[in-house]
Design a protein around this ligand. Structure first.
Ligand code: NAD
Ligand code: WQD
Length: 337
């Protein structure tokens, strides 16, 4: 069975390539390397011990996609490709709508042409907007609060409409919580461009001396220790969730939104402490003002993933920190080393 992976050189895509090949799937990657490097795929090849077929192309390029579908017998698609920085999406919303929405439209149109109607889509917990209660359940109301989130929400709606129009489709809308960690080999991991927006890469870059100290955004939230609480999930668990989702789309018809989280909330200071323990390095920090738009707590109800996909997260916060540290300490400058 052959899976086309858009954005397969990215952080989550590269880990998913590894788990899919391990599970016996053939993978074909398409990526324009806007936010990743070709080196990533070489490292994936080293981990799995065989070549990875890849195309350097933009998913919005219809002709390029048609060529890929003609040259390969694709059975299903995982669509990771997209722009993902929340703050940037408010500064350049048109680029976000163009990249995220147009890529999905073109991709689904070409899939329909080749009668490949099985897709796993990278959605996000951000589609719940400002939720009134926790944990987040898939049936709760949706509503995005920034352009990035709106692209995810619109794409979910588009894909639901597609299924209503043609029930031959099989669509998994995977709502990720906060992916962190790296492959156990320490050879692939998260390598954000510029100063990281997200907490874990920020902590790990402080640990290797690329950044002086961590700013903890807000110490007066209504949480266990006053700092923001999130549902961090190991990227390898997340990748395994995609393997299970591919199996589901191949064997079923339907359109299902499914949370991929652990169900556990961890605060900023708890994550920092776990990282310090794993790395045996003190992380200097200060309590800074809140970041606008950040909620107190976000965590998943992960029951549906277990019921529908037979998947649940296995790796704990200590393992997430150990693996992040192995990656970051072995590659202090990411893939530029
Ligand atoms: P990433 O930026 O590391 O990976 C995305 C990949 O897509 C990159 O390799 C990039 O070069 C490629 N790409 C972007 N636009 C493209 C286009 N038009 N054509 C071809 N390739 C293109 O991001 P990630 O963290 O691996 O996230 C993957 C997906 O998961 C994204 O859709 C993101 O919105 C979603 N998501 C991520 C998180 C997170 O915290 N990392 C959380 C929820 C959802
Ligand atoms: C986590 C916690 C911050 C940085 C984002 C997107 C979401 C999803 C995942 C894509 C919060 C605090 C952070 C720092 C800090 N992405 N923090 N200092 O905001 O939960 O989710 O990534 O879909 O849509 O919004 O993740 O890692 O940015 O923040 O104190 O330097 O860490 O306030 O409490 P977030 P994050």
């Amino acid at each position: 069975m052959s899976v086309l992976i858009t954005g397969g050189a990215g952080y989550i895509g590269s880990h998913t390539c590894v788990e899919l090949v391990k599970a016996g799937y053939d993978v074909v990657v398409v990526d324009n390397f806007y936010n990743s490097k070709k080196e990533v795929l070489k490292r994936v090849e080293n981990i799995v011990g065989k070549p990875i077929k890849f195309y350097e192309a933009d998913v919005r390029d219809r002709d390029a996609l048609v060529k890929i579908f003609k040259e390969n017998s694709i059975d299903s698609v995982i669509h990771f490709a997209g722009l993902k920085a929340v703050g940037e999406s408010s500064r350049i919303p048109l680029e976000y709508y163009d990249n995220n929405i147009v890529s999905t439209l073109v991709l689904c149109d070409v899939m329909r042409e080749f009668n490949v109607k099985k897709i796993v889509f990278s959605s996000s917990a951000t589609v719940y907007g400002v939720a009134k209660e926790m944990p987040l359940v898939e049936t709760m109301p949706l509503g995005a609060i920034n352009p990035y989130g709106r692209t995810k929400l619109f794409i979910e709606e588009m894909l639901r409409d597609l299924f209503v129009s043609d029930s031959d489709w099989s669509i998994a809308l995977l709502r990720y919580f906060n992916p962190i960690g790296a492959h156990e080999s320490g050879t692939i991991g998260e390598d954000p461009k510029g100063i990281p927006n997200n907490l874990m890469p920020y902590i790990s870059q402080v640990a290797v001396g690329r950044l002086p100290k961590l700013s903890v955004y807000g110490g007066d939230y209504n949480t266990v220790d006053g700092t923001g609480v999130r549902d961090y999930i190991h990227v390898v668990d997340l990748a395994d969730g995609h393997v299970k989702a591919v199996k589901w789309v191949l064997g079923n018809k339907g359109c299902e939104a499914i949370n991929l989280g652990t169900g556990n909330g961890v605060s900023v200071l708890q994550l920092k402490d776990a990282f310090q323990k794993a790395a045996q390095i003190e992380i200097p920090f200060e309590i800074a003002p809140r970041r606008p738009g950040d909620p107190d707590e976000v965590y998943a109800n992960a029951n549906k993933a277990k019921k529908v996909l037979g998947w649940e997260a296995k790796l704990d916060i200590d393992k997430m920190c150990e693996d992040t540290w192995r990656w970051q300490s072995g590659n202090p400058n990411g893939y530029n080393d």
